[in-house]
Design a protein around this ligand. Structure first.
Ligand code: NAD
Length: 230
């Protein structure tokens, strides 16, 4: 990652911080975009405050960036309202779409020339919720499903200059969880933010250049575990 410039959205959050650490640890210059300030920032990293719900703020941030090798669309909100179906407000639905989906498209669109010039990569951070659901999770599931589709659409538009892939994490936390929470996973534990960061590093490396337009699930096996109760 030496001499690479990596943009990470949602860089102040759980997975974002791990991405910042992982990429800066490999020598990249990292630019974090988040509306929340970072608690710590490694020396080769820059933070640009940006509300990704606002295209004008995204454009301002993109114009200030001269070169980009990797764009990681990681920022997201899960369920700001916990609304039950039948009571969901359109403004909440739109907030979720703007943050979790439109921002990824807008950044890819504004940065298209710079990404092409550097023969770069995009990674979209989706979710296993793009593939399976719990009740009252429509907006999040819809955004993440659309992010998977946006990934292969962008891959075709950018080919062969820019690789575009998507990562769908399962349960990722840095908190202690119960034994039953860990043991329900075929891998025997919940995921750590570093699991996602390591996969992301691999996906943008030259060794992964033939992986393109894909959604890679990283969930300790949970989406491949059949669950029927007798
Ligand atoms: N943690 C998990 O279990 C998990 C599982 C699957 C997918 N994901 C996805 O991974 C990504 C990161 O999740 P996380 O667990 O680190 O969440 P998090 O809440 O810890 O971090 C999200 C970050 O996005 C930022 N953000 C939210 N709205 C924003 C906006 N409008 N403008 C700018 N920044 C904004 C927040 O400030 C925060 O720093 C999300 O897309 C999430 O959907 C997480």
């Amino acid at each position: 990652m030496q001499n690479k410039i990596v943009i990470i959205t949602g860089s102040s959050g759980l997975i974002g911080k791990a991405l910042v650490q992982a990429f800066s640890g490999e020598g990249a210059s990292v630019i974090g975009l988040d509306k929340a300030s970072p608690s710590v920032l490694p020396s080769n990293c820059e933070y640009i405050p940006c509300d990704l719900e606002k295209p004008e703020e995204i454009l301002r941030a993109c114009e200030s960036i001269k070169k980009v090798d990797v764009l990681i669309n990681n920022a997201g909100i899960s369920n700001p309202t916990n609304s039950q179906i039948g009571t969901v407000k359109l403004q909440h639905w739109n907030k979720m779409l703007n943050t979790n989906l439109s921002a990824a498209f807008t950044l890819s669109n504004f940065l298209a020339k710079k990404l092409r010039d550097s023969k770069g990569s995009i990674v979209n951070i989706s979710s296993t919720r793009s593939l399976m659901s719990e009740p009252n999770n429509e907006a999040y599931a819809a955004c993440k499903g659309a992010l998977n589709s946006l990934t292969h659409a962008l891959m075709n538009s950018f080919a062969p200059d820019v690789n575009v892939n998507c990562i769908s994490p399962g349960w990722i936390t840095s908190d202690e969880v119960s034994d039953s929470a860990n043991n329900q996973h075929p891998s025997g534990r919940v995921g750590a933010p570093e699991d996602v960061a390591n996969l992301c590093l691999f996906l943008v490396s030259e060794k992964a250049r033939f992986i393109n337009g894909q959604n890679i699930v990283i969930d300790g096996g949970m989406t491949k575990k059949m669950i029927y109760v007798d």
